[in-house]
Design a protein around this ligand. Structure first.
Ligand code: ATP
Ligand code: MG
Length: 418
């Protein structure tokens, strides 16, 4: 026998037992987003490699070691998107959406060649949200209020909000020098990644996941003490709005985010219930990116939620949403009954839009059909034999109680809508 071909490590199948939860969660997320006026945008999964290099930054985990990059048949270098922001900006720019303000969202798979572990996969899913053309802290606050409402709508508990400001480019440049000087004094304590980044991208050292770097990073000078006046005001106003709507937050001076394009506001929603992969949602302002990608100056802010982590957290906190069960499963035995089954079930679907009705296919004995009905999780089993057909009746078994009764076909729609 031929060997079974298995999936790629870190790329998971989401099976039928799990997809109903994903669907409900996605619907809740979409409804909240629509409630704030955000519109969906869809863009390709593959883009030119250059797009990600230029936006995410050359000296980042993603571009240095996580991208799925390949040459296509024309010899062009393409990359499976590791995140959505770059593609979203590209699509908005290319299609003239940036001439006015935009509130956008997208959802789909992202690809990063990381070491697979709980909460960290090579194909994972994000819902991403971006807003373009808004300068003030009001939109930063809106994004955060929106995420807080998402958690509320999902019944999610146990996430806390961390915020920080990365300031203006100039402020970051000044801070960069201070940080380099600090790390140079502790050069022997730096791990290999940090050594390499010391001069190319020292802020990224603060984002290190290496626990041995923790103490050194904790004692490092803080960017928030080097902020420019405008960023400081922007941040203070954001905090005021969050206070006014009672959203609790913690200011985390070491929150720098792993991507190059951020400035001013950054934020993360974190949990301690998923081990070390505890960031469920992350984002921030990236006012410079549009110009960096060749467009006209346009301010921007966005965030992304990791859906695998969100689902895992809902599961861990026993807050998975309720999913719809099958209403009825129809079993049919006998020539007349089998001939009638299609007509009867189609009529029910016409009369009761939204009914979840499984019609047994493939024949077989009552016993084997009942077994299937049982396994389907249906609330009722509808039983059709030749005798029922000649009387225009149908047997109904209520699966929870085992109670059985016979009713007229004409009564079925009202029975099933109880
Ligand atoms: P981390 O610090 O955990 O590596 P990140 O800063 O690289 O995250 P972002 O690029 O900000 O992550 O992506 C936003 C969110 O997407 C993360 O907060 C997380 O929930 C999710 N995410 C990122 N990478 C993965 C992955 N490899 N597997 C599953 N989810 C992921
Ligand atoms: Mg990462």
């Amino acid at each position: 026998m031929a060997e079974i071909i298995r999936s790629i490590r870190g790329m998971n199948d989401i099976l039928p037992e799990a997809t109903p939860y994903w669907q409900v969660i996605e619907t809740i997320l979409k409804d909240v987003l629509a409630g704030y006026g955000y519109q969906e945008i869809r863009f390709p999964i593959v883009e030119k490699t250059e797009l990600f290099k230029r936006s995410i930054g050359e000296v980042t985990d993603i571009v240095e070691k996580e991208m799925y990059t390949f040459e296509d048949r024309n010899g062009d270098s393409l990359t499976l998107r590791p995140e959505g922001t770059a593609g979203c900006v590209r699509a908005a720019m290319q299609n003239g959406l940036l001439n006015q303000t935009q509130r956008l969202w997208y959802m789909g798979p992202m690809f990063r060649h990381e070491r697979p572990q709980k909460g960290r996969y090579r194909q994972f899913h994000q819902i991403g949200v971006e807003a373009y053309g808004f300068n003030g802290p009001d939109i930063d606050a809106e994004m955060i209020m929106l995420t807080a409402r998402l958690w509320k709508a999902l019944g999610l508990k146990g996430v806390t909000l961390q915020i920080n400001s990365l300031g203006s480019t100039e402020a970051r440049l000044a801070y960069r020098e201070v940080l380099i000087a600090y790390f140079e004094q502790h050069q022997s304590e730096l791990d290999e990644d940090s050594q390499r980044r010391l001069h190319s991208n020292p802020l990224r050292i603060l984002d290190s996941k290496n626990p041995e770097m923790q103490a050194l990073n904790d004692a490092a000078p803080k960017l928030i003490d080097y902020l420019d006046e405008e960023s400081k005001q922007h941040f203070e106003q954001l905090c005021q709005i969050l206070d006014s709507v009672n959203i609790a937050y913690e200011i985390n001076p070491r929150l720098v985010r792993g991507l190059d394009y951020y400035g001013k506001t950054v934020f993360e929603w974190v949990t301690d219930q998923l081990g070390s992969q505890g960031t469920v949602c992350a984002g921030g302002r990236y006012d410079g990116l549009v110009a960096q990608l060749g467009g006209k100056e346009a301010t921007a802010i966005g965030f992304a939620i990791g859906l695998e982590r969100l689902v895992a957290l809902l599961e861990a906190t026993e807050a998975l949403p309720e999913i719809k069960q099958t209403d009825a499963y129809l079993v049919a035995v006998g020539e007349q009954a089998m001939a009638q089954a299609a007509l009867l079930t189609e009529r029910l679907r016409d009369e009761l839009p939204g009914i979840r009705l499984i019609s047994h296919c493939g024949g077989g004995s009552f016993k084997s059909q009942f077994k299937r009905a049982d396994r389907s999780g249906a609330r009722w089993t509808l039983i059709l034999g030749d005798e029922e057909v000649s009387n225009q009746t149908i047997g109904i078994k209520t699966m929870a109680t085992g109670e059985q009764q016979t009713i007229k076909w004409a009564e079925l729609p009202s029975f099933l809508s109880q």
